[in-house]
Ligand binder design. Sequence first.
Ligand SMILES: [Zn+2]
Length: 259
Amino acid sequence: MNHYVDTHAHIFAEQYADDFEEMLNRCAEAGVDQIMIITLSHDETMKAVEFAKKDPERFQVAAGIFPEDVKDLTDEMWEEFKETVKDPMISCVGEIGLDYYWEKDPEVRALQREVFIRQIELAKEIGKPILVHSRDAMQDTFDIMKAHHTRGLLHCFSGTKEMAKEFTKLGYYIALGGALTFKNARHSVEVCETIDEKYLLSETDCPYMAPTPFRGKRNEPSYIPLIVKKMAEVRGVSEEYMAEVIHANWHRFLSGENQ
Ligand SMILES: [Zn+2]
């Protein structure tokens, strides 16, 4: 059986409240045995940390201040966050980044950049990689990640293949998800086709972005094989090979070796 990785899953979202255990069983049956739980609030982080402790081989936790939440960030919250992310159960800082799609106010966008940089510097200090969200803000994201260089990945990458190449030149990984399977996917397919395989990762971004044929429905990590299948098709390799490459990439990413 192939082993799969979901590098971006919001499994503590309310959408799984009713069938959490069944959902996890489906993941295990599908061979999705590496799940990065993305958390966006202190409560959610603490819940995920307690949960992941029971099976740290299978579950990792990431904590970050999301771009849409920077307006509400107080000094107390920042101090608390700084302490929380040091927890050894938290292996990444994320998701963090810029979202100009939802945020049009230039002042708040500037604040997003400031909080993004602050979190990158914190991640460097504590030696953890970053998971980056970037929507309609690709150039600013790139400029910041170049100037404040560290280890990290671009989640749900929506940029061009040229941009993906620029990121991988700096050692950043590219995670692709359900959008790759959509009929109108062009950029994602080109990115998947052209990037150096050692930087490619799979993700769901569940509960959103379900791959075809579940598009529009609730997403979950057990759908990762559909995404990896599409990646294998696009790259002209076997699913088995693709799954192995992604697994190796993920371990290299987390350990920070050869970077
Ligand atoms: Zn997310």
